[in-house]
Design a protein around this ligand. Structure first.
Ligand code: GRF
Length: 203
């Protein structure tokens, strides 16, 4: 399967996907990295790994739909099968999401359905959570919702602040995103409502 990774920033999850995809037998190839932010740190990193990169700037376009049409055209031109959002900071409209139904993955730095949205680590600390983590899920038009593919948990430690907790969660993100992409790309997942079944061969 050919994968486009969409980023807005440093792209550490993108890098984890690129590295995992190099392994023999990994069922997906990172064929394209797209940023909506010119000069995003991840672009240079991807290019240095020999991956094709492009920028589709969301600014200076008439509408959200015009941006998404350009994004869709750019991705389709490269024969992409799956899209991984990796720190992509634009909300996608139902138009785009329906065109790629069950073919867009996102990583969210919390154990969904808890802590949708931003500042997840500070909020988990403020709530006194003892366990926190990250979730890879299929994208639906409701933000940070959608069938869960893989989750990873970490303990919250005494003395943690949002920075130390984010770093612990990030190490888990870098493990579970490649796992989730492998499950989807090898067609070992099937989606029934909000439930993702894995271990299904073919489909
Ligand atoms: C990650 O914490 C991810 O879960 C969230 O945005 C951050 C992106 O980090 N969606 P990076 O660009 O992958 O390093």
């Amino acid at each position: 399967k050919r994968v486009a990774v969409l980023i807005s920033g440093r792209g550490s999850n993108m890098t984890a996907l690129i590295e995992a995809a190099r392994a023999d037998g990994y069922p997906a190839e990172i064929a394209l990295v797209v940023s909506n932010v010119p000069g995003a740190g991840g672009l240079e990193k991807a290019a240095s790994e020999g991956i094709e990169t492009t920028t589709v700037d969301h600014r200076g376009r008439g509408s959200r739909q015009a941006f998404e049409e350009e994004l869709d055209r750019t991705i389709r031109a490269k024969d992409i099968d799956l899209i991984c959002l990796a720190g992509f900071m634009r909300i996608l409209t139902p138009w785009f999401i329906e065109r790629w139904h069950d073919r867009i993955l996102n990583i969210h730095p919390a154990l969904l359905p808890s802590f949708k949205g931003l500042d997840t680590h500070a909020r988990a600390l403020a709530e006194g959570c003892l366990i926190h983590g990250a979730t890879v899920h299929f994208v639906r038009s409701e933000m940070d919702a959608g069938p869960i593919i893989v989750q990873g948990a970490v303990p919250v430690m005494d003395g943690d602040d949002a920075v130390t907790l984010a770093a612990r969660v990030l190490t888990v993100e870098h493990k579970i995103y490649p796992q989730a992409l492998a499950l989807v790309a090898s067609e070992r997942t099937s989606v029934e409502g909000m439930r993702v079944r894995t271990g299904v061969e073919g489909s």
